[in-house]
Design a protein around this ligand. Sequence first.
Ligand SMILES: [Zn+2]
Length: 263
Amino acid sequence: MVNALEVEEEMEAEKISWKEREGIRYLVFPQLEGTGLVVHAFTSRPPDLGFGRRPREEILKNRRQVCHILGVNFLCLTAGEQVHQAEVSTVGREDEGRGALSQEGAIPKVDGSVSNVSAVPLVLFTADCVPLFFLDPVKRAIGLAHAGWRGTLANAAGKVVSQMKTAYGTRPEDLLVTLGPSIGPCCYQVGEEVLSLFHHRFSDGRRLNLWEANREELLSEGVKDENIVNSEICTSCHSDIFFSERRDGSPTGRMMALLMLRS
Ligand SMILES: [Zn+2]
């Protein structure tokens, strides 16, 4: 007999997998890993990988080290500006490396990106906001979305799905989507004004459940429930592993979500 706890632990084990190399720990998601089509990672602290809080040289050094471990050229990291909205950029070869060396170089005003170009690493940087990883294994296309409460309200996740449909002919039912570590319904207390923007849905009256709100956006775009994997790891609950803007106060560091089609 297998008891319920063991079953639960096994399910957990299927959602995430920790890797460690050269003292750097990062997460991969078996759902994506199993396809063999992508390189991907979600990093943990200590390295701060987002510009704006520590000296730029330090961030570049951290990025170089993490990218070395992942087998990715850090000069090729391709990032959006991340302005807590829901614009999605379609990333071509010519965009490679935008935002790799400076925040000013990032693709302006976007919180989502999609691509079907191999070996271009899409990245975003978070410290509570939900990072969403998208893979269409049929059309060989990928996407990333950054969704805090504003991005979620603006349907950033859903807009990545529609952009993949338009740009690559993606069928939503083929999409695999993973929600990476982010602030959970356990910790994300928000004000009445935010709850009311969500019409008091996805809430216990005090705290907002960004995971469920994003799941619903994906479902309403036609993504299959069984193809959505929520890693269900709260950044605020795990101070030893993740930065959390809410918990640490601003400024805190940033983890990196990276997704790249293999050549
Ligand atoms: Zn929590």
